[in-house]
Design a binder for this molecule. Structure first.
Ligand SMILES: Cc1ncc(COP(=O)(O)O)c(C=O)c1O
Length: 424
């Protein structure tokens, strides 16, 4: 690597700084969450649907969370559920994904992006990612078959996928789009929030996320029929009066599950939703401090962000030419007390046990039961040269709400020091 373009701090001359505590929404839980939770406790109404109240007064926290989500994300309907995984299952059910169907999903994604499809009895069809670490344009066209029903677009760690390319590709193929925004709530793409592009968007409020309630999830849609199907799926087939107020019923009941959000979860999620853009602003400020100092280093290529102005900014990625270099770089940064492990459990699905063993809760429900040989093409490492090219040679720099500008400056100085040290 050429080092002429930057000053050369020496690793030994840079005093070690304490490692800041990681964390996003979780670390800023405070008075606002406390007050809303207390309000629920004092009301003694922890269940969302209190039949003794008029429909418009039932489930105050869940209803407010949903209406404020709609306002922030620019969508017509929102529905609180038990988790992000639950939201995926409810969304796929609303989209009528079932046995015999295929769903295109990035190979590099979270467990439930795969398992939720399998639990519907449908087949996850794994797609390549590109240097954005999101679904690669062209994959929908390559992988589409007459059985394909839906595309799951996951927005990885605060960065919107390349929606200008992906949405027309999905629509040209006649496919519905499910956006998984669990890792990117509030992220934008050319001024529009993720979740507002596809047919349904989902969110998670699990602990690691930008906004958290410990557990919890939510889905959004503009389509009243998908909304009704989602409501019915999440509540035992019911469509209670508070929902009827928002969108009059059009379909009869069906056998649903139980994915209802309770008022305590909704209270915490509501307080966190109100802080979401603050989280984004803080992380973007820190991210800029770092990027201003380390961009342009020869040999170090940054994750491509299709719309940098929409990035949530809480995890910076750059690639080095080889896996060994990336591992060495990470080790050295770690020794300098820089947090540099990814904070999400995102993996190549084809390397996970449930995929390797094509395991389902019962073999009869498996979408893979008719595959004579396993792993079949499309579920083997060698089928994913693009994905393999990116996922083994990145260095990542997660940021958190307890990080200061001084922490960000230290991270940048450390990257420069390790970079020059590596150069010898
Ligand atoms: C992309 C993605 N989708 C879905 C989920 C599932 O969310 P939950 O943990 O709330 O079930 C996660 C959780 O980490 C995720 O990262």
């Amino acid at each position: 690597m050429n080092t002429a373009v930057v000053s050369r701090p020496s690793p030994s001359s840079l005093p070690l700084r304490a490692r800041p505590k990681l964390g996003l929404g979780e670390t800023i839980i405070g008075r606002e969450e406390e007050e809303l939770v207390l309000e629920v406790i004092r009301s003694k109404r922890l269940f969302r649907y209190t039949g003794s109240l008029p429909p418009s007064e039932q489930g105050k926290m869940a209803t407010t969370l949903e209406s404020e989500t709609c306002a922030l994300m620019g969508v017509r309907f929102a529905l609180g559920v038990t988790s992000g995984t639950g939201a995926l299952e409810v969304a796929l059910s609303a989209l009528e994904v079932g046995p015999g169907d295929e769903v295109i999903v990035p190979a590099w994604s979270w467990i439930s992006c795969f398992s939720a499809i399998v639990r519907m009895g449908a087949r996850p069809v794994l797609a390549e990612i590109d240097d954005t670490m999101n679904l690669a344009p062209g994959e929908i066209t390559r992988l589409r078959t007459p059985k394909t029903k839906t595309v799951l677009i996951m927005h990885y760690q605060g960065v919107a996928a390349d929606m200008d390319a992906l949405m027309p590709e999905a629509r040209a193929a006649g496919l519905r789009v499910l956006e998984d925004c669990a890792q990117s709530p509030g992220a934008m793409y050319h001024g529009k929030r993720v979740g507002a592009f596809g047919d349904i968007g989902i969110y998670s409020f699990q602990n690691n996320k930008c906004m958290t309630a410990g557990e919890g999830g939510l889905l959004v849609t503009d389509d009243p029929l998908l909304y009704e199907r989602a409501v019915r799926m999440h509540d035992l087939g019911l469509y209670r009066s508070p929902h009827e107020l928002r969108a009059p019923s059009r379909i009869p009941t069906f056998c649903g599950g139980q994915y209802r959000m309770n008022e305590m979860t909704a209270a915490v999620a509501l307080a966190q939703l109100r802080k979401l853009d603050g989280v984004r602003a803080h992380c973007r400020r820190l991210s800029k401090v770092i990027l201003d100092k380390i961009s342009g280093l020869p040999g170090l290529t940054f994750r491509r962000i299709p719309d940098p102005s929409g990035d949530s900014g809480f995890e910076i990625y750059f690639y080095l030419p080889t896996t060994e270099q990336a591992e060495g770089f990470t080790k050295r940064l770690h020794a300098r007390n820089v947090n540099c492990v990814k904070i999400t459990g995102t993996y190549c699905q084809y390397e996970r046990d449930y995929c390797i063993h094509r395991a389902t809760y019962t073999p009869a429900a498996s979408p893979f039961r008719d595959d004579a040989d396993w792993p079949a093409p499309g579920y083997r490492k060698e089928d994913f040269p693009m994905t393999e090219n990116y996922v083994h040679r990145f260095v990542c720099l997660p940021l958190g709400m307890l990080y200061t500008v001084e922490d960000a400056e230290y991270i940048a100085e450390s990257v420069l020091a390790v970079y020059h040290d590596t150069e010898g």
